[in-house]
Design a binder for this molecule. Structure first.
Ligand code: UDX
Length: 448
């Protein structure tokens, strides 16, 4: 099949490379000339494990090309995916659909013959209807069907998620789209195909509902973690205990500094706005947003509490800046609010992240960027683990302690066990667990 991908950002590039790997002829389009030229030279503008090799293999096999010539890429396509950005609109939190609608107009002018137009960008309910209206208004002759096919890719695991999805949701209003969608996902479809066909509005809402549910699940365990700290219970055991119930499930029950990233914050906000617009306020989602926003700064205050309430003049080392490991993405990363809270309280911050420091420099000044985790610990009164990169899971804690002025460790991802941190001489704080014998995870006590 001839596949055209409009938008060569994170979703477009990963999806385009994976479709090419399925054997389709894929053209990735972007308005950004510098980005396309870089891609043509084989340079990948984002950090995503395995993407370089996937792009290189398929580009050299001639199945994956890059262009800014949208009209010819659309004219020759059987199926056109729209994977442009839908950022939060400044001021009101609604999704900004201007890029999607601009793409719809460009597609309408260029399309030749029967073509399936698929919205992959995360868009509010009803956007597919509007895309279809724009196309018909711009070019009444256009022979198109408009489909919603939201993506569920996690950064850092996007290729795996694309190739081994739990499900593929396809929202159609015209049966002519069905065989084309089955064909484009043929390798997955033949493999017990987790294709779920629905109406278009249902598919659009499914994406938001899924992300909002996950955000709510994280926020729930974060609140339970706070209660565990007050009551002397252990949140990791609570998570294990409730997660073993299949109706709940064990994933997304890791407490931490709050969710961040390019999807959860913007999608929960957009869903809440949709609820308000339709006179059906989604109170659980609205509350999730508010709790998560407060949590990020609260984590900064937790660090200050570990410094006995005195941050002024103190040096805090921060390990991990990106919103999660295996990405260089700083969008809505909890580290930003945490570091800001520390700086506002008069602390000096030294930070290290394996991949995110370039992006961090753009949003966080007044931070000293370090060469390594050990470098960040040097001369610190407190060390805070914010993002659970693998590189931070097996640090030499004794060496770290010797580099610090005072051995205070705040582990916001529960990477270490309280007893091992304390054995290394640290005053140790984590999330939802108190230090001390009775508070050890049963998992760790059983192993000892
Ligand atoms: C998410 C969705 O998982 C994906 O399906 C969707 O397409 C895009 O949004 P992503 O933003 O890449 O993917 O990150 P994800 O791995 O889901 O993590 C989101 C945030 O939640 C991170 O800040 C992470 O640290 C946090 N998180 C996740 C927790 O705090 N606890 C958990 O148990 C899981």
């Amino acid at each position: 099949m001839r596949v055209t991908m409009i938008g060569s950002g994170y979703v477009g590039l990963v999806s385009g490379a994976c479709f090419a790997d399925f054997g389709h002829d894929v053209v990735c389009v972007d308005l950004n000339t510098a980005k396309i030229e870089a891609l043509q030279r084989g340079e990948i503008p984002i950090f995503e494990p395995g993407l370089d090799a996937l792009v290189a293999t398929n580009a050299s096999a001639g199945r994956l090309t890059f262009t800014n010539d949208l009209p010819s890429a659309v004219a020759q396509a059987d199926i056109v995916f729209v994977a442009v950005g839908t950022p939060s609109r400044r001021g009101d939190g609604h999704a900004d659909l201007s890029y999607v609608y601009a793409a719809a107009r460009d597609i309408a002018r260029a399309v030749r013959g029967f073509t399936v137009i698929v919205t992959k960008s995360t868009v509010p309910v009803g956007t597919g209807d509007e895309v279809e209206r724009i196309i018909r208004e711009t070019n009444p002759e256009a022979d198109v069907v408009v489909v919603s096919n939201p993506e569920f890719l996690r950064e850092g695991a996007a290729i795996e998620d694309f190739k081994r999805p739990d499900r593929i949701v396809v929202g159609i209003e015209d049966e002519r789209a069905r065989p084309v969608m089955e064909e484009v996902y043929r390798p997955l479809y033949l493999n017990q195909g987790p294709l779920i066909f629905t109406g278009r509005r249902t598919a659009e809402l499914t994406k938001y509902a899924g992300n909002a549910f996950l955000a709510m699940k994280i926020t729930f365990i974060n609140e339970i973690a706070d209660l565990c700290e007050q009551t002397g219970a252990n949140v990791q055991d609570v998570a294990r205990g409730i997660g073993a119930d299949n109706r709940i499930g064990s994933k997304f029950l890791h407490p931490g500094p709050g969710y961040g990233g390019s999807c959860f914050p913007k999608d929960t906000l957009a869903l809440a706005k949709t609820g308000q617009d339709y006179g059906t306020p989604l109170r659980l989602v609205e509350t999730t947003i508010a709790i998560n926003d407060q949590r990020k700064r609260a984590m900064g205050r937790k660090v200050i509490a570990a410094l006995q309430g005195k941050a002024r003049g103190k040096t805090v080392g921060v390990l991990g800046l990106t919103f999660k490991p295996n990405t260089d993405d700083m969008r809505d990363a909890p580290s930003i609010a945490i570091i800001q809270t520390l700086i506002d309280a008069g602390a000096r911050v030294r930070a290290y992240d394996p991949e995110g420091m370039e992006a961090a420099r753009a949003v966080l000044d007044n931070v000293e960027y370090c060469e390594s985790a050990y470098d960040a610990a040097k001369g610190a009164d407190c060390l805070v683990l914010v993002t659970e990169w693998n590189a931070f899971r097996s640090l030499d804690l004794v060496r770290i302690k010797d580099l610090m002025i005072s051995p205070v460790l705040v582990d916001l991802r529960n990477v270490y066990r309280p007893n091992e941190a304390e054995a290394a001489g640290f005053a140790y704080t984590s999330v939802g667990r108190r230090s001390g014998g009775e508070q050890e995870d049963t998992i760790s006590s059983a192993a000892e």
